[in-house]
Every structure is written in structure tokens, then in C-alpha cells.
Ligand binder design. Structure first.
Ligand SMILES: Nc1ncnc2c1ncn2[C@@H]1O[C@H](COP(=O)(O)OP(=O)(O)O)[C@@H](O)[C@H]1O
Ligand SMILES: [Mg+2]
Length: 343
């Protein structure tokens, strides 16, 4: 019985189902009505006629409801998938083995569209990340080669001028001293911005030295105790992978400093069997990752980490709960073939 039902379900279109359903109801009503009239009309009391009428209408409505519910169930399912996607669950897909042939086609097209949008979104964010990284590199180079050099020359010129001042020009000496102070502070600031944009160690020496250097100069001085454990990372990796891992570690450390109020962080980098695993674990106050990324008006850090992971064919897992610290884990393949050298 159920098999026959399902076969019918798969073969008929919604239009045919509704047509059949309504035809059955109308025909049934007409036959029953006529039969009742012919056989009992003369003997009917008014009360009985009314109760016949009410029963007839009720049965018709119930049958219609059941049949329509059956006919439209694939559409309901499609709608529920659409609502899930609307709510931000981009992985939701409709079952493609839905009953109705028309709806099946609709569901397949809908799923294909979602797939295509998803891969488009991924490729766009990959492009954005690459372009952003290139631009940062360019600006960092510009700041280092031009601005820093110019400031250094200015500093030297100020020193020479100070030396050449005649005895007793105390006011001028004081002014030059102040000017040198400003130049020195600006140089420091330019250096800090340059590093934040793109640490040259990353390009020059690679991932492990860059992380060690970053921790030593920017994390530990801020009051966070970091234990570093780096294994299997002696050589250089693909530039894009080095960038992705560095940025993920950097963001996780920044979050541990800024949000977690952590006192210790463990950073583990392990390269073996063709896989790179980076784990950053803090002992801070933790949070609910599902809520931190869901509403879109929060920071881009967590989203960015995920995007960078998927850019290098990897996966990112964030484990955290309020009060229990946070763990960020990135797992990525070490070699994804050549031709993706942009970092
Ligand atoms: N290690 C962490 N410990 C506690 N809360 C965190 C941690 N990392 C992220 N969060 C929470 O998740 C939110 C989103 O983080 P993120 O996407 O990096 O944005 P941002 O750092 O710019 O605020 C933060 O505002 C913070 O509330
Ligand atoms: Mg952040």
C-alpha cells in the first residue's frame, strides 16, 4: 500500500494531484448527494437534512485537506530549506528524491544554485584575502623603503645641525632636541605599523621564525605567557600556507590578549604526514563561538580565520565555552601542488 502510494507520489505532478483530489471530492459529493436525494428526499425531516449537509461538508473539507497536504508536501520541504538558508545555514540542501517530478527538478536547481553561490562566495573571499595581503606587503615595503629611510635621513640631518650650532644657542639646541624626539617616535610608530601590516621575517625566514619573533616582540611584552612548541617546520612552506597559518596564529593570540583576559597561551605547530596542525589554546574566559559569528555585526577575526583556512584547503575548529578557555585548531595539507604561490 505504502509503496504504491509512493510510486504515485513520484509519478504525478502537483497539478495532477490537485486536479485528481478535487475531481474525487466533487464527483464523490455529487454522487452521494444525488443518491441521498433520490432515495430519501421524500422522507427527510428538515433536521436530518441539515445534519446530512453538515456531515457532507465536513467530510469534503477533511478529504480535501488531507489530499492537498499530501500533494504539497514537497513544496513545504523546499520552503523549509529556503528558510534555513535564509537564517544563515548555507549548508542546508533539499532532499533531491522528493516525490513530485516538477518539484524534484526545482529542488535540484535550487541545490545547484546554492552550491554555485557558495563556491562563488568562497572564491571571492579568497581573492579579497590575496589582494589584501598583496596590498599590505606593498604598503609595508613602501613604508620601510621610503618613509623610514626619509625619517632616518632627517634624524641624521638634525644631529649634524645640532653639532654645528654655535656655543650658547640654547634655544635652538632645545628645539632641535625636541624635533629629534618627534622623529624618533615617528620612526618607532612607522616600524610598528610596518610590522603589523606584514612582518618581513615571514617573507625572509618563514613561518616558525616569524611566529617566534612575533610572540617575543608583541605578545609576551603585553603580559601573556606563551609556550611555543614547533615541530617539523624546518624548511619553507608554500607562501600562501605560511601567510594563512601566521595570520590565524596572530588573530588567535590577539583575541587571547584582547578578549580572553588569559594569562597563558599554548601555541603548537606540528607538521607531519603531509599535514600541518596549528593549535592555539588560551586559559581565558571563553565564549560561545556559535553566537560570536552568527549576527554579522561582530569582528571579522573569526570569519577571517575560517576563510584563510579554506583558502589553503584546510579546516578550522574553534572550541570554547564561557569560563573554560578557547582552543583554535587549524589543520591544513602541507602540499597542494604548485601554481598557488601567491602569498
Ligand atoms: N579567545 C577568546 N576568548 C574569549 N572571547 C573571544 C575569544 N576570541 C573571540 N572571542 C569573542 O568573539 C568575538 C569575535 O571575535 P573576532 O571575530 O576575532 O572579532 P574582534 O576580535 O574584532 O572583536 C569577540 O568580540 C569576543 O567576544
Ligand atoms: Mg579578533
Amino acid at each position: 500500500m505504502e509503496r504504491a502510494f509512493r510510486r504515485l507520489d513520484a509519478r504525478l505532478t502537483i497539478f495532477e494531484k490537485v486536479l485528481i483530489a478535487n475531481s474525487v471530492i466533487i464527483a464523490g459529493g455529487a454522487v452521494l448527494g444525488t443518491w441521498l436525494t433520490v432515495n430519501f428526499a421524500a422522507r427527510f425531516a428538515v433536521g436530518l437534512a441539515v445534519s446530512f449537509f453538515i456531515t457532507g461538508v465536513t467530510i469534503t473539507l477533511v478529504v480535501n485537506y488531507v489530499l492537498l497536504k499530501f500533494a504539497f508536501h514537497p513544496l513545504f520541504e523546499l520552503r523549509s530549506t529556503m528558510e534555513q538558508v535564509q537564517a544563515g545555514n548555507f549548508a542546508a540542501r533539499t532532499r533531491s528524491e522528493l516525490g513530485d517530478p516538477d518539484i524534484r527538478l526545482l529542488a535540484r536547481t535550487f541545490n545547484d544554485t546554492l552550491d554555485r553561490l557558495d563556491s562563488y562566495r568562497r572564491s571571492v573571499s579568497a581573492q579579497i584575502l590575496r589582494a589584501q595581503e598583496e596590498e599590505r606587503k606593498r604598503i609595508a615595503r613602501e613604508l620601510h623603503d621610503e618613509t623610514s629611510q626619509a625619517l632616518t635621513s632627517l634624524m641624521i640631518a638634525l644631529e649634524v645641525a645640532t653639532d654645528r650650532l654655535p656655543e650658547g644657542a640654547d634655544q635652538a639646541t632645545e628645539q632641535l632636541r625636541r624635533a629629534k624626539g618627534i622623529v624618533a617616535r615617528t620612526l618607532e610608530e612607522v616600524k610598528r605599523v610596518t610590522v603589523e601590516l606584514r612582518p618581513t621575517v615571514l617573507d625572509d625566514l618563514g613561518l616558525a621564525p616569524a611566529i617566534r619573533w612575533y610572540v617575543k616582540h608583541y605578545v609576551e611584552p603585553a603580559g601573556l605567557a606563551v609556550s611555543l612548541d614547533i615541530q617539523g617546520l624546518e624548511g619553507r612552506l608554500e607562501a600562501e600556507l605560511e601567510t594563512a597559518v601566521f595570520r590565524v596564529v596572530q588573530e588567535a593570540l590577539t583575541n587571547a590578549l584582547r578578549h580572553a583576559h588569559a594569562s597563558r597561551v599554548g601555541v603548537e605547530l606540528l607538521a607531519e604526514n603531509g599535514t600541518l596542525r596549528a593549535t592555539i589554546r588560551d586559559d581565558g574566559r571563553g565564549f560561545d563561538p556559535a553566537r560570536a559569528t552568527g549576527d554579522g555585526d561582530r569582528g571579522l577575526g573569526l570569519v577571517g580565520m575560517r576563510e584563510r583556512a579554506s583558502l589553503v584547503g584546510g579546516e578550522l575548529a574553534i572550541t570554547s565555552s564561557p569560563g573554560a578557555g578557547t582552543q583554535v585548531e587549524l589543520v591544513a595539507p602541507l602540499n597542494r601542488g604548485s601554481g598557488r604561490a601567491a602569498g
